[in-house]
Design a protein around this ligand. Structure first.
Ligand SMILES: Nc1ncnc2c1ncn2[C@@H]1O[C@H](COP(=O)(O)OP(=O)(O)OP(=O)(O)O)[C@@H](O)[C@H]1O
Length: 690
């Protein structure tokens, strides 16, 4: 037991207290378990439904934390820390002292808290991020108060002119009243400007943090979840942050902030005219009830086809070549025109109802002013109030109905924001690959053994399994071919060995350790993986290969491309590693060139474990020979698992795994009597003709 284990328990108790989880903290104190280690911490956080991530000190997203977190260095005492602005502070003897977390080395575990348990009392993730920008509340409050007070200037000025200057026959006081009014108006304008600036910068910072967090979590979510949810949903998540920004920095945000300050205008009316204040109060209630019904009527007509309309556009963009090749685009055009028409019809109806909404809101405001005048006239006639006071009251009515109108007309945006906030909270609760404590790092000194233990994997709960009870052992340094008909699960097998797909039953081990024990980032950095589809990113050839090894030299990149069989590709581009792959002249880079890049990314790592999905799509004989030589040279030094339909390549393998409908039908060395030529394999039943 290390000294750290002894001190970790009180720290976890303190962390729970810092998070406001007092009951849970006292439960921990009474808990019989005394010795905590990082694994205990991870288990406890999970048990208490606290969403967390395990990060390294160099992780930039530490800057986005909103809750205190636990830092567990390998060779130093653990401590609780929190972000304070751009810096960090550590809790020491109940005092927060500044600390530089980035100085700690990468063997440190940082348990950051993403979401608190989902109880009514807990602060949800969005609200926690919103309150992170605490500084905005105070200036917005004071600026709004000041602008509401100075907003009374014009009505009061008018009252003074009417009652004192005209009624009191005292034109000499006009300049001083005018000066006071001007001063108040200039304060009003400056406070409005300053408040708009604070709201814009707060909402921008909030949107930036939310986008970064969303992007970060998307990067770390399990592949299965990502592919199930679909790309359009991820884009919608990224847009949520934008929606929040637009609403808060737009007029709706200002209206919302102003709403509580309408009380000032109500008090002023009460002060000037006594019970006349009941008129605007009654009208506000009526306003609320009428607008609630009208808003429901408007919402019932919200367009529903805009999503399909967008999908039709992206489908068109994706299938443009097929459409052009087919020559007949009439069907598509008719379908699209139908969608366009329906989209326009729905938008028209929605706009019409929105117009009705605006008209009713405006009429209610006018109506409120009129009723105030009519009622107020009786007070003037029996001399309860002055005519100037009545005029001022009518002017102030606008300061009440204005924000109310703004808040109601933004109702749809608030509903959208509410949905976005709830979605964000749910998204933050979904576990990522970092919600597990994975401590092990792979041994890079030698080729590993790989073992699939009863692996069963389904992409969808109701579908057939892509892998079904796969049970195979691969020895260190073996060259293994995974073969079988299309869709039999070859790619899925490689992805499960890479650890990006997790089996629902069974597990994969590398060097005898369950993949779930390995630090995901270190493990994937260590493995060389090449997917079957070319993945080219915007940028140069060198940048594309350096994705796998950022510090690779130009010579290393060229050597990796040659080893992948791309010598002729290099010659065709004059060995220029700086060509822009998706630039104007290279945008149509053939798939085969993309596959050299994929393969070069895997080979440049000189990893002891290589997972190559279809490394030979359509090669010319020289490049095929080059790749075969590369794979043969790797035998004994690296464990290589590849999928292929190419007989010449399969023949080189020490072992073949034949899959059929996700199940292993043969695993072992190629039998001596197996057919070798493609023509033979096409005709005969054999392990290698899959
Ligand atoms: N992201 C996914 N979502 C749902 N099903 C999937 C997904 N990826 C693969 N599948 C399904 O899993 C099964 C196995 O697919 P996989 O790509 O592993 O086969 P394969 O043998 O590599 O095929 P090929 O030789 O065509 O590359 C197929 O039925 C496929 O449709």
């Amino acid at each position: 037991m290390s000294t750290q284990d002894v001190t970790l328990k009180p720290l976890v108790v303190d962390l729970f207290k810092q998070l406001g989880l007092y009951n849970q903290a006292s439960n921990l104190v009474n808990d019989a378990v005394k010795d905590y280690n990082p694994a205990t911490v991870s288990r406890l956080l999970k048990k208490h439904q606290i969403g967390f991530s395990v990060k390294k000190p160099s992780d930039k997203t530490l800057q986005l934390t909103v809750h205190p977190f636990l830092v567990v260095p390998e060779n130093a005492p653990a401590f609780i820390a929190k972000r304070q602005g751009d810096k960090f502070e550590q809790l020491h003897n109940n005092q927060w002292q500044s600390v530089d977390i980035t100085l700690l080395d990468d063997s440190t575990f940082i348990f950051t808290i993403d979401v608190l348990p989902n109880t009514k009392k807990s602060i949800q993730a969005f609200a926690a991020h919103m309150s992170k920008h605490t500084k905005w509340y105070k200036p917005v409050f004071w600026l709004s108060l000041l602008s509401s007070l100075t907003g009374l200037a014009v009505p009061l000025f008018t009252m003074a002119v009417y009652d004192r200057v005209i009624g009191g026959q005292a034109p000499d006081i006009l300049p001083s009243i005018a000066l006071g009014g001007m001063l108040a108006i200039s304060v009003l304008i400056s406070t409005r400007l300053a408040r708009a600036k604070v709201l814009a910068s707060t909402s921008n910072r909030l949107a930036r943090d939310l986008s970064q967090l969303t992007f970060y979590r998307l990067l770390h979510m399990p592949l299965m979840v990502l592919s199930r949810v679909g790309i359009s949903n991820h884009i919608a998540r990224m847009r949520n942050a934008e929606k929040v920004r637009m609403l808060l920095s737009g007029p709706g945000g200002g209206g919302l902030v102003d709403l509580p300050f309408t009380l000032i205008a109500l008090f002023a009316i009460m002060f000037l005219s006594g019970w006349l204040v009941l008129v605007p109060i009654g009208m506000l209630i009526l306003y609320y009830l009428v607008m609630k019904v009208v808003n429901r009527y408007v919402q019932a007509a919200s367009p529903t086809v805009s999503g399909e309309y967008q999908n039709a556009l992206s489908e068109l963009a994706k299938n443009l070549l097929q459409l052009k090749a087919a020559g007949d685009t009439d069907g598509w055009q008719t379908k699209f025109m139908r969608q366009c028409k329906e989209n326009s019809r729905q938008n028209f109806l929605y706009a019409k109802r929105n117009g009705l909404n605006a008209a009713i809101a405006h009429s209610l405001s006018l109506f409120t002013a009129l009723i105030t005048v009519f009622t107020g006239i009786f007070l003037v006639l029996n001399q309860s109030i002055s005519p100037g006071a009545l005029i001022a009251c009518v002017m102030m009515i606008w300061r009440i109905t204005g924000p109310a109108q703004m808040a109601f007309s933004s109702k749809q945006k608030f509903t959208m924001m509410d949905v976005a906030v709830k979605q964000f909270d749910r998204f933050m609760q979904a576990s990522t690959e970092q919600s597990e404590l994975r401590l092990d790092t792979p041994d890079s000194s030698k080729a590993p053994t790989v073992s699939f233990q009863h692996v069963t994997l389904r992409y969808k709960a109701e579908g057939e399994p892509a892998l079904s009870g796969v049970n195979v052992d691969i020895d260190a340094g073996e060259l293994v071919a995974v073969i079988g008909p299309n869709a039999c699960g070859k790619s899925t097998l490689l992805l499960s060995a890479l650890g990006v797909l997790e089996a629902q039953a069974g597990f994969v081990t590398v060097n005898g350790k369950n993949l779930k024990q390995y630090d995901t980032e270190i493990f994937r950095h260590w493995v060389g993986y090449s997917p079957s589809q070319p993945d080219i990113f915007p940028g140069t050839l060198a940048e594309n290969v350096r994705i796998a090894k950022p510090d690779a030299t130009d010579e290393e990149i060229k050597a990796a491309i040659v080893a992948a069989g791309g010598a002729s590709f290099l010659t065709s581009i004059n060995h220029n590693l700086n060509i822009d792959l998706l630039g104007e002249n290279n945008a149509m880079l053939a798939a085969i060139e993309g596959s050299y890049i994929n393969l070069a990314r895997a080979l440049i790592k000189h990893s002891p474990l290589l997972l190559l999905d279809e490394p030979l799509p359509h090669r010319n004989p020289q490049s095929k020979q080059q790749l075969i030589s590369t794979l043969l040279a790797l035998k004994g030094h690296s464990t290589v698992i590849f999928t292929s339909h190419d007989q010449d390549l399969i023949k080189q393998a020490d072992k073949v795994i034949v899959l059929d409908k996700g199940a292993v039908v043969f695993a072992g060395p190629i039998p001596d009597d197996a057919p070798t030529s493609p023509s033979q394999t096409d005709m005969q039943e054999s392990p290698i003709n899959g």
